[in-house]
Design a protein around this ligand. Structure first.
Ligand SMILES: Cc1cc2nc3c(=O)[nH]c(=O)nc-3n(C[C@H](O)[C@H](O)[C@H](O)COP(=O)(O)OP(=O)(O)OC[C@H]3O[C@@H](n4cnc5c(N)ncnc54)[C@H](O)[C@@H]3O)c2cc1C
Length: 610
């Protein structure tokens, strides 16, 4: 079994014959119950503790139900129109620790899907069902790929370039796109590629000039914190010689190339100003400024891909207007070059703070980090070895785990129990890196591993903040090369940052590495506060842990699925999430474009405004 969080990657898998029998028996009974529309019988095949995660195939939603009652309710709401059939086991089921695992394929009335099943004592413990494609609207891949040219003689021949130029001249002017994606970072670009392949006319609007600029404009020392195996974009994986941790400008260039070869309609230097929904016409009116020209787009669907780390959270401290040095948010930090020999105070102690402190120290600045709350610090190598490696590494690839398999294994573990799977990973890392943590704590650094010790990845999913993947700067804090101050900032003077314990830190530069706000904050600037509040907070699981208030949602709030505003969607996350979930968002948009019925089961309520 592939354990997404297991510290020991079981690279040899057991496929005993009984596993196949067990999976077969269960699946046949499940299919029979579904065909008979016998909801109670189908639900009785699940264990007392059970989770069914559906990505669009039954629910036209991203949703996890729990317990037999949850399963029964999902089926009552979806079974008749979904008409699931042809459940088949693909590959050889495996067995480990009393759990049988099997991959499935199935069909619904409208599409084809992939599933993943975990059985314990013959009952379903976890079930994942995902939609792969819509019948009649399959992507033009492999045998279906376009010919690219028309053989023979034709006086009216239109070349590929002429077609592209005509499309670019028309779309948004004489012909309206079906979808407008606001935000052309890696998220908007990946979704745009999916929609292109599905034949959904789409315009991506991006205020920066070129694809990749959102990476180019970040501080100059930045390289991806996640390794290459985790970062591929849809359709076009990075080549085998791509660096493990790609420098930001290299990622920028890849995104620019990708946008071009994937034939995306990408409007750079274009800022979305406002978007209103015309209920009667069932379309949006999106006003954009395209290099100084006002253009109104009228798509039927609107997607925000503004970045989960899009809206800087900039605290305004008393005295900020008196301060005589440079001050800026981490997202505006130009890099360390100009600060050799200067005194720099970096407020914050997460990823950006560490990266910026490290670069300032390398440039010869006198650097102080101000830690305001505890941080989860994990060495990059340890995270790779124990967290990501089993699914995303050269070793995983060599043992046959391709990106899609890895993504589906990842998706198969319900969020409710993910923290329990993560805890042993961080217990192992804490033990292995005990010396490192001891040195950090001796330097006065406040460490944490999440409210429930489930570590960095759960912090990311729950709140998108509060951690540092250590690529070296933590050592500088531990040995005092980067000085550490702790507490809350009370004010800035002409040349100082003052903390609540009276500490005064001299500064020529203040960097606010103070994080980012929820994406609906950015969206509010475009759709208005009222609509943004109705849609509610974006991101988080409702875990009731710090910065992730309940109630429990079971999925990431408002991401990739229908929201409380018709025809309004949110897309984003890290490269892995954008790659994986862009498929399900693209299929939802394609279905609507084609008039395929999309009855949504379990539309999420909104509990928090931001
Ligand atoms: C320091 C740092 C390091 C990171 N490291 C990693 C990593 O290693 N791996 C990883 O996967 N992720 C990493 N991330 C997370 C990273 O933010 C995301 O992976 C990625 O950039 C998100 O892509 P996105 O397209 O969702 O958002 P963004 O890249 O933020 O793109 C959003 C785009 O929306 C545009 N926009 C905003 N408002 C408008 C408007 N009104 N009109 C038009 N366009 C608009 C912006 O210009 C921007 O280009 C890191 C983030 C930071 C801050």
């Amino acid at each position: 079994m592939w354990r997404i969080a297991g510290s020991e990657a079981p690279l040899t898998i057991d496929h005993p014959a009984e596993a196949t029998t067990r999976a077969d028996t269960w699946l046949t009974a499940f299919q029979d119950a579904l065909s008979a529309r016998d909801v109670e019988r189908a639900a009785s095949l699940f264990a007392d503790e059970c989770y069914w995660r559906d990505l669009v195939s039954f629910t036209w939603n991203l949703l996890t139900v729990e317990g037999r009652d949850g399963v029964a309710d999902l089926l009552r709401g979806t079974l008749e129109h979904t008409d699931p059939r042809n459940f088949t086991i693909t590959g050889e089921p495996s067995e480990a620790d009393g759990v049988t695992e099997a991959w499935l394929s199935f069909e619904t009335a409208t599409g084809r899907g992939t599933g993943h099943l975990r059985l314990a004592d013959g009952k379903a413990w976890t079930l994942l069902t995902t939609l792969d494609e819509l019948k009649g609207h399959e992507e033009p891949r492999k045998q279906r790929r376009p010919k690219g040219t028309e053989h023979g003689a034709n006086r009216d021949r239109v070349t590929w370039l002429e077609q592209r130029e005509a499309e670019q001249a028309e779309l948004g002017h004489t012909r309206q796109p079906e979808v407008v994606v606001i935000g052309g970072g890696q998220g908007g670009i990946a979704l745009g590629a999916r929609l292109r392949q599905l034949g959904v006319p789409t315009i991506i609007v991006e205020r920066n000039e070129r694809p990749g600029d959102s990476w180019r404009k970040r501080y100059k020392s930045l390289a991806l914190h996640d390794p290459v195996w985790y970062d591929h974009l849809p359709y076009l994986p990075f080549p085998d010689n791509w660096p493990v941790f790609a420098p930001k400008d290299k990622i920028g260039d890849w995104l620019e190339m990708y946008t071009k070869v994937m034939e995306l309609n990408y409007w750079g230097s274009t800022t979305a100003r406002s978007a209103t929904y015309d209920e009667k016409a069932q379309q949006w009116e999106v006003v954009v400024d395209r290099a100084g020209e006002e253009v109104t787009l009228r798509p039927r669907q609107l997607v925000f891909a503004l970045g989960v780390s899009g809206k800087p959270n900039v605290p305004v401290f008393p005295g900020h207007d008196r301060f005589l040095g440079d001050q800026h948010h981490s997202s505006q930090h130009p890099g360390a070059d100009a600060y050799a020999g200067k005194k720099a105070v970096v407020i914050g102690s997460n990823n950006s703070a560490h990266d910026i402190c490290g670069a300032l120290w390398e440039a010869g600045a006198d650097v102080t980090m101000v830690q305001r709350s505890s941080t989860c610090v994990i060495k990059s190598d340890s995270l790779m070895e124990h967290g990501l490696g089993p699914l995303y590494s050269e070793q995983a690839v060599a043992s046959g785990v391709d990106t899609r398999t890895a993504d589906l294994v990842f998706a198969s573990l319900p969020y409710r129990i993910m923290a329990d799977f993560q805890k042993p990973v961080y217990d192992t890392i804490r033990e292995q890196d005990a010396d490192f943590y001891e040195k950090l704590e001796r330097a006065g650094f406040d460490l944490d591993f999440g409210d429930d010790d489930s570590g960095l990845f759960m912090k990311y999913l729950r709140r998108g903040s509060g951690y540092y993947i250590d690529v070296g700067a933590a050592q500088l804090v531990a040995d005092g090369s980067v000085k550490l101050a702790k507490g809350q900032v009370t004010e800035l003077t002409e040349r100082e940052v003052v903390l609540d314990d009276g500490t005064r830190l001299e500064a020529d530069l203040v960097v606010y590495a103070t994080g980012f706000r929820s994406m609906n904050g950015l969206a509010a600037d475009i759709i208005g506060q009222e609509m943004a509040d109705r849609v509610g907070k974006v991101w988080g699981l409702g875990s009731g842990t710090t910065k992730d208030p309940g109630p429990w949602e079971g999925e990431q709030r408002n991401m990739w699925k229908p929201t409380q505003q018709k025809a309004l969607w949110f897309h984003g996350g890290n490269l892995h999430q954008s790659r994986h979930y862009s498929l399900y968002l693209a299929l939802q948009l394609k279905a609507r474009a084609e008039g395929v019925p999309t009855p949504v089961y379990g539309l999420q309520a909104s509990h928090h405004t931001s």
